[in-house]
Design a binder for this molecule. Structure first.
Ligand code: DOR
Ligand code: ZN
Length: 347
């Protein structure tokens, strides 16, 4: 017997597509299921100006296979030199949907990020005025702060002060990994939302470290204790408007992951919806998957939900998906949820 579930077509509110051969290889994995995605700007060099964003958007659209329908929602990478007028013009032209804040040194390609937050106050004030959201990688980078505490410390030392200093600034706390992050967003009113990844609903830190180091489960912010994973699952499946899907699907070639200094990132674009359906079913919340994946994100970004739908079907036979995809930049391992998946997206 087959059970089905039809949803508005989902969007991914945090996605890494990279560039060149990697972009060509991974783009169809997202475009197959998702109508739109917020595209992360952490290329080398980063997407800093409106002109950079326009050029990158054109490269994404050029890499999109014929017949696929996908809209990249572009972001600008905030630096201490970002010009508020350039940001406002890019927003007015409909070219960018958000600006991304990386604390300098926090993660992959974040060297051009922000060290001195006073230097970006002018941009933040302008964004608050025009209603342009700030997407935040919420980790401090101080060497003395334990990596598992970096998100919670960021909320107190950076995020809350920024929000107090910038009334009206709309903020997305991205890839929340802690109960602290969930609580902060939940209490923060309509100007703050939070994205949750697929993989953080599935793994805790034991998955990375027990029985041998598992580089394909290493990402940033790093997965935390089980109690935090459970808080993320409760929030994602609650239907609450503040929480929505941002997969943070982040491809790296396998040799860069399986290395003495492996890159951070889990590649989940291929099987995200099958995993989410299983998670929501386990939580007795299949009826709230649409809110998380298709409705809450557009509402936060003040965009209409998609017109089209997708249908998921549950079969007794597990879904077959590749262990890795081949790209022109090398093989990329697909996130292994460690359990059989039975929900597939009807082609
Ligand atoms: O795991 C991650 N990978 N976290 C990030 O913040 C960046 C991303 C990437 O670009 O690979
Ligand atoms: Zn990311």
């Amino acid at each position: 017997m087959t059970t089905t579930l039809t949803l508005r077509r989902p969007d991914d509110w945090h996605l890494h597509l990279r560039d060149g051969a990697m972009l060509e290889g991974v783009l169809p994995e997202s475009a197959r299921h998702f109508a739109r995605a917020i595209i992360m700007p952490n290329l080398v060099p980063p997407v800093v100006t409106a002109r950079d964003a326009a050029a990158y958007r054109d490269r994404i659209l050029a890499a999109l296979p014929a017949g696929m329908d996908f809209t990249p929602l572009m972001t600008l990478y905030l630096t201490e030199e970002t010009d508020p007028a350039d940001v406002a013009a890019a927003h007015a032209a409909g070219l960018v949907t958000a600006v991304k804040l990386y604390p300098a040194g926090a993660t992959t390609n974040s060297a051009s990020g922000v060290r001195d937050f006073d230097k970006v106050q002018g941009v933040l004030d302008r964004m608050a005025e025009i209603g342009l959201p700030l997407c935040v990688h919420g980790e401090v980078t101080d060497a003395e702060i334990d990596i598992f505490d970096r998100e919670a410390v960021f909320i107190d030392r950076v995020l809350d002060p920024i929000r107090r200093a910038t009334p009206g600034l709309r903020v997305v706390m991205e890839h929340i990994t802690t109960r602290d992050g969930i609580d902060y967003v939940r209490q923060g009113g309509p100007d703050i939302g939070g994205t949750i990844t697929t993989h953080h609903l599935v793994i805790n830190r034991n998955h990375i470290l027990v029985g041998g180091i598992k580089p394909h489960y290493y990402c940033l912010p790093v997965a935390k204790r089980e109690e935090h994973r459970l808080a993320l699952r409760a929030a994602a499946t609650s239907g609450e408007a503040s929480f929505f899907l941002g997969t943070d699907s982040a491809p790296h070639p396998d040799d860069a992951k399986e290395s003495a200094c492996g890159c951070a990132g889990c590649f989940t674009a291929t099987n995200t919806l099958s995993i989410l359906a299983r998670v929501f079913e386990e939580e007795g919340a299949l009826d709230r998957l649409e809110a998380f994946a298709s409705l809450n994100g557009p509402a936060f970004y003040r965009l209409p939900p998609n017109d089209g739908t997708i249908t998921l079907e549950k079969d007794a036979a597990p879904v077959a998906y590749p262990a890795r995809i081949e790209t022109g930049a090398g093989p990329v391992t697909v996130f292994d949820p460690g359990m059989p998946l039975h929900w597939r997206v009807r082609p």
